[in-house]
Design a protein around this ligand. Structure first.
Ligand SMILES: Nc1ncnc2c1ncn2[C@@H]1O[C@H](COP(=O)(O)OP(=O)(O)OP(=O)(O)O)[C@@H](O)[C@H]1O
Ligand SMILES: [Mg+2]
Length: 259
């Protein structure tokens, strides 16, 4: 579904060329859930920006469902690292925005119903009329997630979506996301700093090197989609995978702190 072939991305950092991603080859199958982990600044968000069509590669090719990505990719839902809720719209009007903008706008009664169901799902009912500035960091993240879910895209690009959530809510969101991936046959690229979260959710975990980002290691996660996000981490296989991947990741993180 998603293919990066020999992709490099350079940025112009105040007149100096900076290589952020170095010759990445990455293919994500339809209905596959791939997690990206790696040290800060290694280019994880840049990968999502390329797949969503917000950025173009300096070298190489990005394809989606067989066609080159040459502009905003409307078949993906992208929850960016920094939330982009509109400050002048209430929570419900932020969440419902895709249903207003979509070419065939959804009638307002149906829109209200879907927005309300979505607010229940992410635990924001009661905050419909609040503005983003009146929410906590975790609540803003949940509103941004709801805004993406309501659009029902076939592919999710999620950049640290649960980073600001408390541990309990995070588990509930993990279970919900696993359920959604099964029910809607989603393709997902998920960026996280939390290795346990990556193993809990993904079919495959990719470890990136520090900048310039390259793929250092890759592990299949053999738990299937029917897994239970809470019980999984008590399995010995979970611990073994965590240890193996941490060995790869730790090296890169330590290198970053020495640089
Ligand atoms: N639009 C941009 N213009 C200039 N430099 C950029 C731009 N976007 C990213 N970069 C640089 O590219 C590198 C990779 O950034 P990116 O945001 O992809 O990292 P990341 O892996 O997502 O990091 P983090 O885990 O901290 O979110 C960084 O050095 C960053 O400064
Ligand atoms: Mg990032």
């Amino acid at each position: 579904m998603i293919e990066l072939k020999g992709v490099s991305k350079e940025f112009d950092a105040r007149g100096v060329r900076m290589l952020a991603l170095d010759t990445i080859d990455l293919a994500v199958e339809a209905e596959e859930f791939v997690a990206l982990v790696g040290p800060s600044g290694c280019g994880k968000s840049t990968v999502l920006n390329l797949v969503s069509g917000l950025l173009r590669p300096t070298r190489g090719e990005v394809r989606y469902d067989g066609a080159p990505v040459s502009g905003p990719n409307r078949r993906v839902g992208y929850m960016t690292q920094k939330d982009t809720l509109l400050p002048w719209r209430t929570v419900e009007d932020n969440i419902g925005i895709a249903l207003e903008l979509k070419c065939r706008a959804v009638p307002s009664a149906e829109r209200r119903e879907r927005v309300s169901a979505m607010m229940d799902l992410v635990g924001l009912s009661g905050f419909a009329h609040h503005y983003p500035a009146e929410l906590s960091g975790g609540m803003r993240k949940r509103a941004a997630l709801a805004r993406m879910l309501i659009y029902e895209p076939e592919t999710f690009l999620l950049d640290e979506p649960f980073g600001a959530l408390d541990a309990q809510l995070k588990l509930i969101m993990h279970q919900e996301l696993l359920r959604l991936t099964r029910a809607r046959k989603l393709t997902v690229v998920f960026v996280t700093h939390d290795l346990a979260e990556a193993i809990t959710l993904a079919d495959r975990v990719l470890v990136f090197t520090g900048r310039p980002g390259r793929i250092r290691a890759e592990r299949k996660i053999p738990f299937g989609r029917e897994r239970d996000a809470v019980r999984l981490r008590f399995l010995p296989e979970f611990g073994a995978l965590h240890e193996e991947l941490w060995d790869e990741l730790k090296d890169e993180v330590v290198k970053g702190t020495e640089a």
